[in-house]
Ligand binder design. Structure first.
Ligand code: DAU
Length: 333
């Protein structure tokens, strides 16, 4: 099977490529990635040096390039997206271009060439929950995005659903909770704190630190994507989550303990405008309809493995760290 992976040099996409290469060695993988600040060629080594994977530099909003690549493959897995909320609050246009226009171009190519598509999305399209809300997000929760980022992802999801219903394209969608693991850009919460602690700076908690995220290891997310590709029903949406709810303060405490620092060694900084309070996923449908089960059951073990990866791969992140912290300094966070 020939598989086109959009955004395959970013965090989740590159981990997908490496995981697929391991568990589905017969797949032929081609990556299209615009190689923005969030992508890293080194994430795809050694698959590139052995030529097991082809990397094409380009934007999913480039209609002609996307048409050629979609035509040359059997399946498209669409990870490409601008994904960082703080950046979307600072500069929304790249989010509209990549997430909405890019998805539109891809859908049109998939329609023309009758290819199978899996669209990757986020739980953030559902807005947020109260801390004590007994309900979690399900596939039936109405979309209610808060930030320019989540609004563009919700827009892309709605386009995919319309192309399924109106044009009969063969597609599935998934909305996943917060991912962590190796190769995540250092602008994001967990790697920002890990790399900061490694450099001797205190973790930075937005606002009170009570905000809750539902953490899942990136390999568990990607295994779920493979399960949906192989066992999911066409036209359906699946929520992906691994029952990993923790508030941000608890995550910082765990990182400090694992890295040998006192648990009060952190600072509160300005809150994010419109900061979503809590995300939580009910993944019953995915568990019912596929044989997927998360392998990382213990968040502390997953974080310890992630810390080891950042410790061992300093050259992967040092340049990005300088640039990310320059942006945060400008934003006062
Ligand atoms: O829920 C899935 C989403 O998770 C994905 O769709 C997004 O692409 C991904 O960025 C992530 O969104 P969040 O906004 O939840 O992730 P982020 O890593 O930016 O922040 C996680 C939480 O940590 C959030 O409550 C904000 C807080 N935070 C973040 C940073 C960078 C801090 O307290 N301090 C920080 O330095």
């Amino acid at each position: 099977m020939r598989v086109l992976v959009t955004g395959g040099a970013g965090f989740i996409g590159s981990n997908f490529v490496l995981r697929a290469r391991e568990v589905r060695p017969d797949w032929q993988l081609t990556v299209i990635d615009s190689m923005t600040y969030a992508a890293n060629r080194a994430s795809l080594e050694p698959a590139l040096s052995t030529r097991e994977v082809t990397l094409v530099e380009g934007n999913v909003a480039d209609a002609q390039l996307v048409d050629e690549l979609v035509a040359a493959n059997d399946v498209v897995v669409h990870f490409a997206a601008e994904s960082h909320n703080d950046n979307s609050l600072d500069s929304p246009w790249p989010f509209v271009e990549s997430n909405v226009v890019g998805t539109f171009q891809l859908l049109e190519a998939v329609r023309r060439h009758d290819r199978r598509l899996h669209h990757i999305s986020t739980d953030e399209v559902y807005g947020d929950l109260e801390l004590d809300d007994p309900e979690r997000f399900t596939e039936r929760t109405p979309v209610n995005p808060s930030s320019p980022y989540s609004a563009t992802k919700a827009g892309a999801d709605l386009l995919v659903r319309a192309w399924i219903r109106s044009f009969g394209i063969r597609a599935t969608l998934s909305n996943c909770s917060n991912n962590y693991g190796p190769r995540q850009h250092v602008e994001k919460f967990i790697p920002r704190q890990i790399t900061g602690i490694l450099e001797g700076t205190r973790p930075k908690l937005y606002g009170s630190g009570r905000n809750v995220r539902d953490w899942i290891h990136v390999d568990d997310h990607n295994d779920a994507v493979i399960a949906i590709l192989e066992q999911g029903r066409l036209g359906e949406t699946y929520l992906i989550g691994a029952d990993g709810e923790r508030n941000n303060r608890d995550i910082v405490t765990m990182l400090l303990e694992l890295m040998g620092r006192p648990t009060d060694w952190f600072d509160h900084v300005n809150d994010r405008p419109g900061h979503d309070l809590r995300y939580a996923i009910d993944a019953s449908k995915l568990r019912r309809e596929t044989d997927w089960r998360p392998r990382y059951q213990d968040l502390r073990d997953g974080l310890a493995q992630t810390i080891d990866w950042y410790r061992a791969n300093e050259s992967w992140w040092t340049d990005a760290k300088v640039a990310a912290e320059r942006t945060y300094a400008r934003l006062g966070r």
